[in-house]
Write a new protein. Structure first.
Length: 314
């Protein structure tokens, strides 16, 4: 049987694919069996196509040797359901005011989102388990106040028991965590998903913590696209915060980032979750697409270069 050989164009496209795989090799080697925590939320969760891309990315990370943990939010869905029961969503300094009825709604919605993500991962052939911070007493909280104001059942994480996560990772499961915790009286509390992801990353000593957001990354001046920051150290991040250059929803996120690095997390990445396969582009390419926050020591070791492997190739 006569078969047609590859055309020149087809051969070039095939070679490009091979080059991409080779470029990814050192990253796969470096992070094999290492833990990566992915915080997944915001508008990325409301777009079905983007949702599938994120899950495909995390599943691929699992299949090439990473140990991913997903921590998800669900704020937009919670607000929608709160409206359906005739209540008006209320926020104080970006935190949802959570009375007992709202807490019940939040737990219901987050549970639904959680199992939906589990199903998507399972459909791709990877074993996943969905849990909340209540399971195994993983997330223990105190009541969180906003500038001294009582905002209801909103929790501030005081302790993380990561044993259940280690057990799942050891048994080859992909953990998917809903940000709900218990206080000392076993009352249920809603937790900011960024806070939960940061606390979990610290507890498991993650090599990477990734925040999927609705912006491209970090800007020195949000109104100046030329001020995009692709890499900065914890000290540089703290200086930006101290100078008042970071505000809005990015301020608590950046505080979480620096806190994670100071507590031993390898690197933190802020990515635009609206970009298809942003996780793969950031982790498996030399230049990445978002903002990477690294320790001061890491900066010295890499000679101030964004990619830690570049120094071996120059």
């Amino acid at each position: 049987m006569k078969q047609r050989g590859l055309s020149q164009v087809e051969m070039e496209e095939t070679m490009k694919k091979a080059e991409v795989l080779i470029e990814a090799l050192p990253y796969i080697q470096r992070f094999n069996r290492k833990i990566i925590v992915v915080k997944y939320g915001g508008s990325v969760m409301t777009d079905e196509a983007l949702q599938k891309n994120v899950i495909k990315d995390v599943t691929l990370l699992k299949l090439v040797g990473f140990k991913p943990i997903i921590v998800h939010g669900g704020g937009k869905a919670i607000s929608s359901w709160v409206g359906k029961v005739g209540k008006e969503p209320q926020f104080v300094n970006g935190l949802r005011v959570t009375d007992e009825e709202t807490m019940e709604i939040a737990e219901m919605v987050l549970g639904r989102v959680n199992k939906s993500l589990v199903t998507m991962v399972e459909e791709l052939g990877v074993k996943a388990i969905g849990i909340s911070g209540k399971d195994g007493g993983m997330l223990k909280v105190d009541k969180k106040y906003s500038d001294g104001q009582d905002i209801g059942y909103v929790g501030n994480i005081k302790e993380v028991d990561a044993q259940i996560l280690y057990d799942m990772l050891e048994n080859d499961f992909l953990p998917i965590v809903a940000p709900i915790g218990l206080d000392d009286s076993f009352d249920t509390y809603n937790i900011n998903a960024d806070d939960a992801a940061c606390a979990i990353a610290k507890a498991v000593g993650a090599d990477k913590l990734v925040f999927l957001t609705d912006i491209e990354g970090l800007y020195k001046d949000i109104n100046d696209k030329n001020s995009f920051i692709s890499r900065l150290t914890t000290t540089e991040a703290e200086e930006l915060i101290g100078e008042g250059l970071i505000g809005g929803g990015m301020l608590p996120k950046l505080n979480n980032c620096t806190s994670a690095i100071r507590s031993g997390v390898g690197r933190v990445h802020i990515l635009d979750g609206r970009v298809p396969h942003c996780l793969l582009l950031e982790i498996f390419t030399k230049h990445g697409i978002g903002t990477a926050i690294i320790s001061d020591d890491d900066n010295l070791a890499t000679g101030g270069k964004r990619d830690q492997f570049c120094q071996d190739e120059d």
